[in-house]
Design a protein around this ligand. Structure first.
Ligand SMILES: [Zn+2]
Length: 316
């Protein structure tokens, strides 16, 4: 495939049932309820499929397996998207959990651990998340807290507002609490160790969770940085996220902003526009996700009115 033939890929989202989710996601997402509580919308999961274009109906897993160089670039390795991106809608508290780092995940046969971050898309007054343990809490305290149902008191609770970014390094004990809608960007890893679930009848993974947890990490809020034509929300080892508000047109070179040749995803937070690549065009609509392969051809992003997008760059 020549570069000019490598086009952006619009992805069909996948709605995932979770006991802590909402039966009706409206007004955040325009989807007819079917009785199941939906907690997560997977925007680029392995089972999500391409909508239209040359990869139409291929799954994300198939696309990365068949075209790893096109997707990940000449410096890339592996045959899977290194990042998994979801919307999180929490009607109830999510479990108190922890994820392993790369070394622990690899020890148990998985390719990578999970560092994640949350961009706060919406927040009701009083919305909170739990990120890390209070100073002085020990592993023995955590074990006792799990047994005596007092672990919540040991968590560092953080108030969140729309527009904020929370970094959750692997090993950080954390929980998403009700009141916000989050764009979650994470290493593409299935390993979640549930330490505490408020008495809900789901399995806990205490032994591995205690092995994974770190009493202190560099998790927490990340201050935004204005860069002129965009706001840099986070720039870490595995991912970089920028928020761009655009009225008019932006070329690929301008969009890259000096960080070219990497796998990118575009999440449309609000507004509308069009991504034009050669003869092909993709309508950019709110809550949709577009994959920009590392070796994608020239393109431009156009918006006659205004579009607000999150640019997510694979930095692994
Ligand atoms: Zn998590």
């Amino acid at each position: 495939m020549s570069n000019s033939a490598i086009t952006p890929i619009l992805i069909e989202p996948k709605f995932v049932e979770r006991i802590w989710g909402y039966v009706d996601l409206r007004p955040w997402v325009n989807r007819e309820p079917d009785g199941r509580p939906i907690g997560e919308v997977w925007l680029n999961g392995d089972e999500c499929v391409a909508a239209g274009g040359p990869y139409d109906e291929m799954s994300i897993a198939q696309i990365f397996r068949n075209y790893p160089r096109e997707m990940l670039g000449d410096d890339g390795s592996g045959t899977q998207s290194p990042l998994l991106i979801k919307l999180i809608f929490a009607r109830e508290k999510l479990s108190v959990q922890v994820h392993p780092d790369d070394a622990m995940a690899q020890k148990y046969g998985d390719p990578r651990g999970k560092t994640e971050c949350w961009a706060v898309l919406e927040a009701q007054p009083g919305a909170q998340v739990a990120v890390g343990l209070k100073p002085g809490v020990t592993v023995a305290d955590v074990e006792r807290g799990i047994q005596e149902h007092t672990l919540e008191e040991m968590l560092n609770i953080v108030a969140v507002e729309k527009g904020e970014m929370i970094y959750v390094a692997s090993g950080t004990v954390h929980a998403i609490l009700p009141g916000s809608q989050l764009l979650e960007v994470q290493q593409n890893c299935d390993l979640t160790y549930r330490l505490y679930d408020y008495g809900r009848p789901r399995e806990l993974h205490i032994e591995k969770g205690l092995e994974a947890l770190r009493l202190t990490t560099d998790a927490g809020k990340v201050a935004p940085r204005e860069l002129g034509d965009r706001t840099l929300l986070i720039d870490k080892k595995y991912f970089r996220i920028e928020r761009i508000e655009l009225s008019g047109s932006m070329t690929k070179t301008a969009f890259d902003g000096g960080i070219a040749g990497k796998l990118n995803y575009i999440y449309v937070a609000s507004g509308a526009g069009r991504l034009v690549c050669g003869d092909a065009g993709i309508e950019l609509k709110a809550q949709r996700m577009v994959l920009l392969p590392a070796l994608v051809g020239e393109y431009s992003i156009e918006s006659a009115e205004k579009i607000e997008i999150y640019r997510i760059v694979d930095m692994s």
